[in-house]
Design a protein around this ligand. Structure first.
Ligand SMILES: Nc1ncnc2c1ncn2[C@@H]1O[C@H](COP(=O)(O)OP(=O)(O)OP(=O)(O)O)[C@@H](O)[C@H]1O
Length: 295
């Protein structure tokens, strides 16, 4: 549905993106993660056909994003990182203006979105908080039921309840077959909505990961309190890979196959046990820290 191939753009200051490639399948929610200044917005602006690449291309539904600009934009919902509104408009008049550009007459979906996001659309935009403006932008991106929705940091400025409602909206649209690309700094948001995510750093993609696979690969850390330090010592000497041992307390990390661990543990009386799950944030932070290289 969305294909980014070898996308390269160098700004006059030497910054930009290099050889960015990924594909987003129909009905998929694809996350785009990376530190500040990594190149997320630059990639998204190319996808929307606002910028001409030095090299490479973006195709949406077979149409070249740059050459087919107008057409692509009509069939795509877009929430920019920073929305610029026309002076003097209310939320409602801005949305009406956007709807006429989108050629949509039916207002039912727009009204449903305003109701779900709980804001007063009659408020003048200049009097709106950051979060309210963000809601107006989300309604504009979703209300014409486009096939593809591109969101640049959609939940920035939204409070936790609104983030939750926004996540539900994304999942409902996904179930209806909409394709999403969304940049985010929120791991939780990525984890709740995305199928795959790309991590970009210093203008290059360093990894594309399947979120469902990552979730099944998550490491669990068990902290076991044995009855005696001798039992702890014996358990630690059994050949399992032990994280740490102190007195009668042993920490062990287990990933994938739990059987050797449970079989060994069954030999000892256990006083108590705590389990910690490595979360996706820990996994992704690893990529943020690493030197840029393709995984
Ligand atoms: N028009 C421009 N001219 C010159 N440099 C630019 C331009 N647009 C972006 N850059 C630079 O390109 C790099 C990538 O910026 P971009 O906005 O794409 O990052 P980002 O990943 O979206 O960051 P953030 O998470 O902070 O929003 C940055 O170093 C930025 O300063």
């Amino acid at each position: 549905m969305l294909q980014v191939e070898g996308l390269t753009k160098q700004f006059s200051n030497g910054k930009g993106i290099r050889d960015v490639s990924f594909t987003v399948n129909k009905g998929e929610v694809f996350g785009f993660l990376g530190p500040n200044g990594a190149g997320k917005s630059t990639t998204i602006r190319h996808i929307m056909g606002f910028m001409r690449p030095d090299r490479g291309s973006v195709t949406i539904n077979g149409l070249d994003a740059w050459k087919g600009q107008g057409q692509v934009q009509r069939h795509t919902g877009y929430l920019p990182g920073e929305i610029s509104f026309i002076d003097g408009m209310t939320g409602a008049s801005f949305l009406q203006f956007m709807a006429s550009m989108q050629g949509v007459k039916d207002t039912a979906k727009r009204e449903m979105l305003i109701r779900r996001l709980q804001f007063d659309a009659a408020t003048p935009i200049r009097k709106m908080s950051k979060g309210m403006k963000q809601k107006v932008g989300i309604v504009a991106a979703f209300m014409h039921s486009p096939e593809v929705i591109i969101l640049d940091e959609p939940s920035s400025g939204l409070d936790p309840l609104m983030q939750k409602i926004f996540t539900q909206l994304v999942l409902e649209e996904k179930a209806a077959g909409t394709t999403f690309l969304m940049s985010s700094h929120s791991f939780q948001e990525i984890e709740r909505t995305c199928d795959r995510a790309a991590i970009i750093k210093d203008g290059s993609i360093v990894a594309v990961k399947n979120i469902h696979e990552l979730q099944s690969m998550q490491r669990k850390l068990f902290e076991i309190l044995f009855e005696t330090p001798e039992d702890a010592q014996r358990f630690a000497a059994s050949g399992l890979i032990i994280d740490s041992i102190a007195g009668n307390r042993v920490r062990i990390a287990v990933q994938g196959n739990y059987n050797p661990f449970t079989a060994e543990l069954a030999k000892y009386p256990v006083r108590s046990m705590d389990i910690f799950t490595q979360n996706l944030e820990d996994i992704f932070m690893d990529y943020y820290d690493r030197e840029a290289k393709v995984q």
